[in-house]
Write a protein that binds this ligand. Structure first.
Ligand code: UD1
Ligand code: UDP
Length: 370
């Protein structure tokens, strides 16, 4: 008698979830024992659509959740009711989601209420500070405590879960699927349709964290403006996140400068190309902290803490906070001191080797395929 296919429901909500779930969705779709359904909450609309199109993934279900400038309580409420209706209708055997967004926290919670086993991809990241990053530290704590399978990127993240009392047999060190996605894209040279001055060193900037909204982000913008005025040989490329708390301020404080290029968020492939062309990267992003070291690019992180300490320990990522003076100082140091720069520009990849997705599939196959 044929064993029935296992129905795996893969959830994606925001841009980084799209990037990090894509290698896993594509690998699962090749498995003969699995039936894969892709559910896009579309917590992000355009940013998610770009990524799914690049990897040729068409969602089977789209909740179309995003609203302009969405507040966390209403986002959470709409996700819970939307996901619950679909989990009831689809009755999957397993729900999989990646990371620490509101989509992931609510997917884990609804799977728990419906008693559907939940697999957490990129599990075990912690700062141990609920305010940094906000609300992500809470989101991953909730998802982490509801998961049946914890797919952790590193040994450090495994230790975090063990300390919280998660059973060792439920934790699998797989690496991070972001490196699978990165390697699939980075080997090709992609067009970057932005007129950059090749004679200048490129400072690539991204910023979007909620805890930095308001004065911290204004200070970041002031620092960037001072930096281009201090260093005539640099050019800034800054793909601005569409969140109005970011985009309005970025355009107000950084617009109209001949060496600051503000642009709409780049599609993933051109953004990887921009990382490859960058001299250094200034960011508060999680994913960029993982990708840039693998591309040999120094990263200065505009946060006071990180859940990704591995690259900091390797000396290729440095936390610089959001203070104006400190950012000017740290960027200037890397621009002016070639030895300090070289020290941070070593290509290392503590988060993965590009084979995380097949490892996760292997664990699920062992656990599910009869
Ligand atoms: C969300 C995640 C954050 C993740 C980030 C990745 C939460 C609470 N936050 O932050 O963990 O690091 O995604 O980028 O889950 N917007 C658009 N178009 C888009 C996407 C966003 O216009 O395609 C605008 C909308 O006005 C939206 C706002 O950005 O309301 C905020 O989106 P939201 O997903 O709530 O938060 P992010 O800051 O993007
Ligand atoms: N990224 C992108 N286009 C951009 C900026 C970032 O494709 O204009 C990619 C980046 O390479 C990384 C991911 O988006 O893989 C990170 O997303 P984000 O910084 O929004 O979220 P986080 O990783 O902080 O959750």
């Amino acid at each position: 008698m044929m064993t029935p296919l296992k129905h795996i429901l893969c959830i994606v909500g925001t841009r980084p979830e799209g990037i990090k779930m894509a290698p896993l969705i594509l690998a699962l779709k090749r498995e003969p024992w699995a039936r894969v359904t892709v559910l896009a909450t579309a917590q992000h609309r355009d940013l998610l659509d770009q990524v799914l199109a690049l990897f040729d993934i068409q969602p089977d279900v789209d909740l179309d959740i995003m609203r302009a400038n969405q507040a966390l309580p209403e986002l959470t409420a709409r996700l819970i009711t939307g996901l619950d209706a679909k989990f009831a209708e689809l009755a999957p055997d397993v729900v999989l989601a990646q990371g620490d967004t509101t989509t992931v926290m609510t997917a884990a919670l609804v799977a728990f209420y419906r008693r559907i086993p939940f697999g957490h991809v990129e599990a075990g990241l912690r700062t141990h500070d609920l305010d940094n990053p906000f609300p992500e530290e809470m989101n991953r704590l909730v998802a982490g405590h509801l998961a049946r399978w914890h797919f952790v990127p590193t040994e450090r993240s495994r230790q975090n879960l063990l300390r919280e009392g998660i059973a060792g047999e439920a934790i699998h060190v797989t690496g991070n699927t972001v490196i699978d996605a990165l390697l699939a894209v980075a080997s090709t040279d992609w067009p970057l349709d932005i007129p950059l001055d090749k004679s200048k060193r490129l400072l690539l900037v991204t910023a979007h964290r909620r805890e930095n909204f308001g004065e911290p982000f204004r200070a970041v913008c002031r620092a960037i403006r001072r930096l281009v005025d201090l260093h005539a040989d640099i050019e800034v490329l800054y793909p601005v996140h569409p969140n109005p708390n970011v985009s309005v301020v970025a355009h107000e404080l950084l617009g109209e400068h001949p060496r600051i290029r503000l642009c709409a968020p780049l599609d993933y492939a051109p953004f990887v190309e921009a990382q490859k062309r960058a001299y250094l990267i200034l960011t508060d992003s999680g994913g960029v902290q993982e990708e840039a070291p693998a591309l040999g690019k120094p990263v200065l992180v505009m946060r006071s803490e990180t859940e990704r300490p591995e690259a900091v320990d390797e000396g290729v990522v440095r936390l610089v906070g959001t203070g104006e003076e400190r950012i000017v100082e740290e960027v200037s140091r890397l621009l002016d001191d070639p030895a300090a720069y070289r020290e941070m520009a070593r290509g290392v990849s503590p988060y993965g080797d590009g084979h995380a997705a097949p490892r996760i599939v292997g664990v699920l196959r062992n656990g599910l395929a009869g």
